[in-house]
Design a binder for this molecule. Structure first.
Ligand code: CA
Length: 228
């Protein structure tokens, strides 16, 4: 999942980015409102974290502009102001949630997970495809009950494939949701990671879950009917 952080305080932005990257999110930072608006309208983000007090365009105006353009990406507002009025205005402007600074990182993470579940119409915190399960809170994967250790990037890629199970995902879609803005399109890094995942998820299992569609991309098949 790829997140845009619009925050002019470099320390706060850096802190959020580091923490979210450790959790496997791809993160881009915009340091003023105009840049934030540009990023949000040109890239396909899964969620936006928006500070209210920003140079060039303030957070509320930015939120309004995005909703006016029918951009429905979940937005969490960060506000230093702890007044009820600011929170109400933020939510009424089209934000989905808010967090008052200073905040506990665990709370930000939990709110992000909750919004992403809502966005993906997912009631459970556990994703499942055939006998493969992925816990989106603990990041633990298991196949047939046997735990599979994953690196942060492998987790992110598998989460994306499982959220889109039974649909074709192209390399472009993967690069846009699992990697950040510095992704180098001239590398085969996606294929390399798909192979890592195949070795961990499918190797030794008769039923393969990850399939390559030549010239199109990949598909993770949920289908339980053709079990061996
Ligand atoms: Ca600020």
């Amino acid at each position: 999942m790829r997140i845009l952080v619009i925050e002019d305080e470099l320390k706060v932005a850096g802190f959020i980015k580091r923490g979210l990257k450790e959790e496997g999110y791809a993160v881009d930072i915009a340091s003023d409102g105009e840049e934030g608006h540009y990023y949000a309208t040109t890239n396909d983000y899964d969620l936006i974290i928006l500070d209210l007090m920003l140079p060039k365009m303030d957070g509320l105006t930015l939120c309004q502009e995005l909703r006016k353009d029918n951009i429905s990406i979940p937005i969490i507002i960060l506000t230093a102001k702890d007044t009820v009025k600011d929170k109400v205005t933020g939510l009424d402007t089209g934000a989905d949630d808010y967090l008052t600074k200073p905040f506990a990182f665990e709370e930000l993470q939990a709110r992000i997970r909750a919004l992403l579940r809502k966005k993906n119409h997912q009631a459970s915190t556990i994703l499942q495809a055939a006998d493969l399960t992925l816990n989106t809170v603990t990041h633990k994967a298991a196949r047939s009950g046997r735990e599979i250790p994953l690196t942060t990037k492998e987790y992110s890629l598998l989460e994306y494939l499982m959220r889109n199970a039974d649909s074709v995902v192209t390399r472009t879609m993967i690069s846009e949701h699992v990697w950040d803005i510095n992704f180098d399109t001239f590398t085969n890094v996606i294929d390399v990671y798909i192979n890592y995942l195949r070795n961990k998820i499918d190797k030794g299992h008769k039923k393969k879950l990850i399939h390559t569609l030549r010239g199109r991309g990949y598909i993770l098949k949920k289908d339980r009917t053709d079990t061996p």
